[in-house]
Design a protein around this ligand. Structure first.
Ligand SMILES: [Zn+2]
Ligand SMILES: [Zn+2]
Length: 294
């Protein structure tokens, strides 16, 4: 897959070593092989829809030369969802600790969760976050009226407005809730976008997206750049490059990068190329490697 398919434009070479040199991201302390790239969004078998173990995910991250990873296992409050009540937090956190012992000399490993935001469960989410400690908590909208927005069936029988308005309303509610400092895959609604609506993209939802980005920035949160949309050949990451430019113009201070890997082979996928473009745009890619690499 070349840069055009990645939605990276003509300026990105796609070559990892060159990208890191441009970024100045090379970590001196850890040697030339390691960069400061950090995958802040990935799922292991502690999520019901993922296939690789924590160890397999860590080994893949080491092979890709990442500085660190944050696991973001699914947490859902909707009893109809497969992730509802799935994770055993105690076992998860102790298993991450075990991986730190095993891989800690090569990889910074964080334990996080990806919470599905639904306004109707906002109080449950707040209680949960008050009583559980994670390194990072990512908030994402996956379900509208208990239906997964990443499936074609979500759109069946709906006009574009009927499909989109509740999605943007829920996303705005998430931004306004102040529950999350990290906001996941903002334009996820484009995943199975029906052809009959016309092309997806910022021009279709500039109004609600602008309001949401302003609210995210005001709340002190940052958004993630999720490369799984490139894997799905959606022409760029979640959110798309135009939205990332709008975020920067509105004063967005930085982003995290996440592969949303549910498979070890997808960890850190497309990171050097995407990070290079983000840096050229003037968006700081956050990494916790600074603590390890002064
Ligand atoms: Zn998600
Ligand atoms: Zn995810």
């Amino acid at each position: 897959m070349g840069p055009r398919e990645l939605g990276l434009g003509s300026g990105a070479s796609g070559h990892a070593a060159r990208a890191c040199a441009i970024l100045g991201l090379r970590c001196r302390k850890r040697g030339a092989r390691f960069t400061k790239l950090f995958d802040y969004h990935m799922h292991s078998t502690y999520s019901p829809d993922a296939r690789s173990t924590l160890d397999e995910m860590c080994e893949s991250a080491v092979r890709r030369g990442l500085a660190g990873v944050c696991f973001t296992e699914h947490v859902d409050f909707d009893p109809t969802d497969a992730a509802y009540g799935y994770i055993n937090y105690k076992r998860y956190l102790s298993d991450v600790d075990r991986c730190r012992d095993k891989y800690g000399d090569r990889l910074d490993i964080k334990a996080g969760v990806e919470v599905t935001y639904q306004a109707e469960f906002a109080d449950d989410i707040r209680d949960f976050l008050d009583t559980h400690r994670f390194d990072h908590v990512l908030g994402s909208v996956h379900l509208i009226d208990h239906v997964f927005v990443g499936s074609p069936s979500y759109f069946v029988g709906k006009s574009e407005a009927e499909a989109c308005e509740p999605y943007w309303r829920e996303t705005m509610s998430m931004a306004r809730s102040g529950l999350f400092t990290r906001i996941g895959h903002l334009d996820y609604i484009k995943t199975r976008w029906p052809r009959e609506y016309g092309p997806s993209g910022l021009d279709r939802w500039r109004g609600p997206m602008t309001d949401i980005l302003q609210m995210v920035i005001e709340s002190g949160a940052i958004i993630e750049v999720n490369t799984s949309a490139i894997r799905r050949q959606l022409g760029g990451p979640y959110p798309d490059w135009e939205t990332l430019e709008l975020y920067r113009q509105l004063g967005g201070s930085g982003v995290t990068m996440g592969s949303d890997a549910h498979n070890a082979s997808d960890v850190g996928q497309y990171f050097p190329e995407v990070a290079a473009r983000l840096e050229r745009m003037g968006l700081a890619v956050r990494s916790e490697c600074e603590a390890l690499c002064p």
